[in-house]
Design a binder for this molecule. Sequence first.
Ligand code: F6P
Length: 366
Amino acid sequence: MALKRVMVLTGGGDCPGLNAVIRGIVKRAAQEKDWEVVGCIESFNGVLREPTEIVMLDEKSVEGLQIQGGTILGTTNKGGPFAWPVKEADGTWTTVDRSDEMLRKLQYMGVDAVINIGGDGSQRISLGLYKKGLNIVGVPKTIDNDLSMTDYTFGFQTAVQICTDAIDKLVTTAASHNRVFIMEVMGRDAGWIALHSAIAGGADVCLIPEIPYDIERIKQKIETRYNKRRGFCVIVIAEGAMPQGGGITGTETGEVGYQHIKLGGVADKLAADLKTAGVEHDIRCTILGHLQRGGTPIAFDRVLAAEFGVRAMEFVIEGQFGQMVAYHHPDIIGVSLEEAVSRPHLIDPNGHLVHTAKGLGIELGN
Ligand code: F6P
């Protein structure tokens, strides 16, 4: 009997739990007699490049992978089949659509189905390819937790744990020196990492993109945390946060194929603005950056990643394509890719999480 072939790939920024998903897919496939799994290196680049970069994935190759951070397949958040960067004769860069060529190549390579593990950008690519006839299943990944139609993406809880551990450490040094500490965390346009870790770590102030902040309110909160000279204050700020009437803080990277503004710098900006507003206490900034994406996934993310991997492979076996696996407590279900990318998952300023934060006395800046 000819084996059917499913190709697995990881796209977008890396995230703790990617390897655990790959392991789940391979282990579930191994229970079938008629499926083999191959991995594509660096998102779809492994197919688009010549020579192609495809690896066989068997049970041996995924042994113990649930604890390993990063992705054994490599990843990229640049370019892709619909926007492949090409250098013009004058040295400038443009993009070309190589999706049809890639689909032909996949057919030639005997790929019957694809599982694309990635965030919103990757799932938009999944949708585009599905509309062109590819048998594809999506698996939602991102530390930002900004994909709608799933309660959580894997990697998010690990990032929250890393940030919470960091707050616990900052509190002791802040208290010892009577300082204001501003900790900048990732999350792009969503404040999930910031708000979860601020609640878990007992921060005094939390600033998120969904609630533009008033600097005066933060200044007042800082003063309530001090008795004359003595006291301290811990502020968690999401990289996408902005003052009322202001915009995001970020830079163009100039990297070929990189389509985002690189967010960052909000902590330093807030520190400068607080000084200008008259805060006289010492202020220090800590930017956690990519530490939030590195290392081993916590148990919750390993379980979620395993559930996503196993279910994604079952969708392939059942021939259910154009779907993204999703966690709808208590179930793992399928949602259409179309719905999955239709809108981002942001914090509701009137929702329960904001309510809880306010109930704890956390200043949100509005
Ligand atoms: O989407 C995940 C994420 O880590 C964001 O939180 C962050 O803004 C971005 O990726 C950073 O991207 P890069 O790794 O390209 O700097």
